[in-house]
Design a protein around this ligand. Structure first.
Ligand SMILES: [Zn+2]
Length: 162
């Protein structure tokens, strides 16, 4: 029984190693925010997809976005998250939301690599778990069908099993 609890703890605490390089500040607070966000997103993913890989996630570099479109607050590729920081030293709500969104992509790349080619699925997942979709639902304009999150999770679990 002891073995099981050790495994459970190991899974729950498996976050990527978040690396910063001084162009987003405060660095320690950003890394702590990223770790807390990852744990939250991972539990959402596990709840919807029914499980997550036992292997540990890799390193994720958090850096200031260079040459990002004015309309974007964040972007990323596997292992790299680029964020816009309005004011040095301030992790404002916009940056935190962009961090959640980009970490959702990172989580999906890690937990469901088969989804990589499906950009629409990726974006829908990121919007759903980042909380942006909930904000949209409270707004007058609604373009996405309700209940999408669960179906996406099931689709991803199936893809991952191949
Ligand atoms: Zn996205």
């Amino acid at each position: 029984m002891v073995g099981w609890s050790v495994v459970a703890v190991a899974l729950v605490t498996a976050t990527p190693v978040f690396l910063t390089r001084g162009d987003l500040t405060p660095e320690a607070e950003l890394r702590a925010e990223a770790e807390a966000t990852w744990r939250e997103l991972e539990s959402r993913y596990v709840a919807e997809a029914g499980g997550a890989p036992a292997r540990a996630p890799g390193k994720v570099s958090l850096r200031r976005g260079v040459g990002m479109l004015p309309s974007r607050n964040g972007q990323g590729r596997p292992g790299v998250v680029e964020l816009r920081q309005g004011r040095p030293g301030v992790l404002d709500a916009r940056l935190r939301m962009a961090l959640r969104h980009e970490l959702a992509h990172q989580l999906l790349w890690w937990a469901c690599p088969a989804s990589e080619k499906d950009r629409l699925f990726h974006e829908a997942f990121a919007l759903s778990v980042s909380g942006e979709l909930a904000e949209w639902r409270e707004a007058p304009y609604q373009s996405l069908a309700p209940g999408g999150g669960r179906a996406e999770g099931a689709a991803c679990a199936g893809a991952g099993a191949e």
